[in-house]
Design a protein around this ligand. Structure first.
Ligand code: F6R
Ligand code: MG
Ligand code: MG
Length: 366
């Protein structure tokens, strides 16, 4: 159907500069060039290539639906060529997120993170693409809960007749590969039992109750689980549609005014505050962090991406950054102790097996 549009955001770390802090401009330009070519040959309607931390982010609109082999192939080819350039430039960790050579029609399970939604473009279609670095997919649980379930965050849940019925939230169990859908507000407490454990249960998508329309979708890849060894955190992406019966732009941004603690940061093995920043400031530094989140807003016009508006460039988020810096300093004071350091089973790096083995003989029964 001609009026259905798909918004695909596909991301990968294909090489950092300097270290894991950022992406070299040459890679962003290379990616943008390849996506522009794809617009030229009619594969994409529009594109925006950008970077958050050491992740290259491909924001694309098209008419081919989610999980399309041509779109995924384009993303894969773009990452491959950018990884080649990263290798030539001796950038850090070149090709890090590309786990295999053989592309089989879909990038899922191959390293990149994927968030895609298909919908009929409304008379006016505001969307926000959130992109985070140095954290994991569960980082979206708390903000998504606030946007779509918390009347203290989203006034519309109480006073907008089009939102008053609530939403449906699809939750994925990333360990047992199962999913379940909760209906809110009536199942809020059941929902919270699961999403309060963001290392395992992640909100994959949100739907309106009345029409079943998609309202939000996130990446839920866990690279470390796929690769079975450390290959970086799964710096996640989230797409949210806004307004007219969905949370307003300001209600969608509001959860980030109070930084919450997320898993990731240094060596993917620490809790830290999620700091909202502009694209210009999306380069983690202190202890490789603190973890960052960027929000780019677009109005869609026949699939064209009108924008972006770099929302967290606004001084209204200065206070959140200040709180994040305070929290970061406090947590850093704990050094190698939990809860700054993640529990053993959640760490990306660990020397425990080696140390344990070496000291095996010295352990006595008590
Ligand atoms: C975390 C991250 C960095 C690296 C750290 C060590 O997601 O990307 O904190 O884990 O800089 O990196 P390597 O092992 O490459 O020296
Ligand atoms: Mg990296
Ligand atoms: Mg990253």
């Amino acid at each position: 159907m001609a009026d259905r549009i798909t918004l695909s955001v596909i991301k990968a770390d294909v090489g950092g500069c300097v270290g894991h802090a950022g992406v070299h401009q040459a890679l962003v330009e290379k990616a943008a060039g390849m996506l522009k070519d794809a617009v030229g040959r009619g594969l994409l309607v529009d594109q925006c290539a950008t970077a958050v931390g050491d992740d290259l982010e491909l924001i694309m609109t098209h008419r081919k639906g989610p999980d399309n082999a041509d779109i995924h192939g384009l993303a894969w080819e773009t990452f491959k060529r950018c990884a080649d350039l990263a290798r030539e430039m001796k950038l850090y960790g070149a090709g890090q997120d590309l786990l295999t050579d053989a592309f089989s029609g879909n990038v899922k399970g191959m390293g990149p993170g994927v968030a895609e939604m298909e919908f009929i473009e409304r008379a006016s279609e505001p969307v926000i693409v959130f992109m985070a670095d140095k954290t994991e997919p569960g980082a979206w649980n708390l903000p998504l809960y606030k946007m779509f379930c918390d009347p203290f965050n989203t006034a519309g849940l109480v006073i907008d007749p089009k939102m008053h019925a609530g939403f449906r939230l699809e939750v994925h169990d990333l360990i047992e590969h199962k999913r379940i859908t909760f209906s809110t507000p009536e199942e809020m407490y059941d929902l919270l039992v699961f999403i309060g454990a963001p290392g395992r249960f992640c909100i994959k998508a949100v739907y309106t109750k009345a029409t079943g329309d998609i309202a939000a979708v996130s990446t839920t890849e866990r690279l470390n689980l796929m690769a079975g060894r450390y290959v970086g955190k799964d710096d996640p992406v989230l797409i949210v549609r806004c307004q007219s019966g969905l949370p307003a732009v300001g209600e969608v941004l509001e959860p980030f005014a109070t930084p919450h603690l997320v898993a990731g940061w240094m060596r993917g093995s620490h809790h830290g505050p999620l700091m909202p920043v502009s694209i210009r400031h999306a380069t983690p530094t202190r202890f490789d962090g603190p973890p960052r989140v960027v929000a780019l807003g677009f109005q869609l016009n026949g699939g064209k991406l009108v924008g972006p508006q770099d929302f967290f460039a606004d001084p209204a988020f200065d206070r959140a950054r200040q709180i994040a810096n305070e929290l970061a300093s406090y947590l850093r004071g704990l050094g190698p102790f939990e809860p700054h350091r993640l529990p053993l089973d959640e760490m990306e790096y660990t020397t425990m097996p080696d140390v344990k083995k070496r000291l095996e003989d010295r352990f006595e029964k008590v």
